[in-house]
Write a protein that binds this ligand. Structure first.
Ligand code: SAH
Length: 218
């Protein structure tokens, strides 16, 4: 996501520590203390301006949500929405998905959302894709057995790659959508990119996968 630089953004982020901790590493294993209610925590990596995660937090007050976004000039837009809405089940992290193990304890996160992640089409950039094995290993560490990954994209190449990557790693698909907007999936909250790309006629792909628990049959 490209935006003009906002030199005031870091100061603004630092002014709302109740929504965006200045030191998220200190909250590792203690995220429930940041929310009004103790309930399952779902994170989104690469939240952009936050339309999805804010919409989810509004629609699902019985889950806690954490938006993770790398770019200061972008996450400040999520903060502005949260200053307006004051959702008790939404927190923000200005950080990198590669640092998940610094932010979260094993099993602390029940579900991970990836929406319109950067495709990194060149083979030499494979490791940067958020569904590459190194990232899947990080997710495996913070998810419990049965923990879920939900992924949406308009990029067919990244979707094909992700299907193979998740499967080879050992995640199990609960469902795959090859044309989400023409499907009977009624629970969709659109992201900014999703609106932009589907308006241009792009097909939207989606998958839900989970880490299998040997003890239960799905
Ligand atoms: N999910 C949003 C934005 C998609 S663009 C939407 O669907 O509209 C991808 C976003 O992910 C960008 O804002 C980018 O800054 C962020 N991003 C990319 N790699 C990241 C990483 N490793 N950790 C956190 N955020 C990342």
């Amino acid at each position: 996501m490209r935006l003009r630089n906002k030199p005031w953004a870091p100061d603004k982020l630092a002014s709302y520590p109740q929504y965006i901790s200045n030191n998220p590493q200190e909250l590792k294993g203690k995220w429930q203390t940041r929310f009004e209610k103790k309930q399952d925590i779902f994170i989104e990596i690469g939240s952009g301006k936050g339309q999805f995660i804010v919409g989810m937090a509004e629609k699902y007050p019985d889950f806690n949500f954490i938006a993770i976004e790398l770019q200061t000039s972008v996450i400040v837009s999520i903060l502005e929405k949260q200053i307006d809405k004051k959702l008790p089940n939404l927190q923000l992290i200005n950080g990198h998905g590669g640092d998940l193990l610094d932010f979260f304890a094993p099993g602390e996160i029940s579900r991970i959302y990836l929406n319109f992640s950067d495709p990194w089409p060149k083979t030499r950039h494979t490791k940067r894709r958020l569904t590459s094995p190194d990232f899947l290993e990080l997710y495996r560490n913070i998810l419990p057995d049965d923990g879920e990954i939900h992924f949406k994209t308009d990029n067919m190449g990244l979707f094909e790659y992700s299907l193979a990557s998740l499967s080879q790693f050992g995640y199990v698909f609960r469902q795959v959508w090859l044309d989400l907007h023409q499907s009977n999936f009624t629970d969709n909250i659109e992201t900014e990119y999703e609106q932009k790309f589907s308006a241009k006629g792009q097909t939207i792909y989606r998958l839900e996968a989970y880490w299998p628990n040997n003890k239960t049959q799905h």
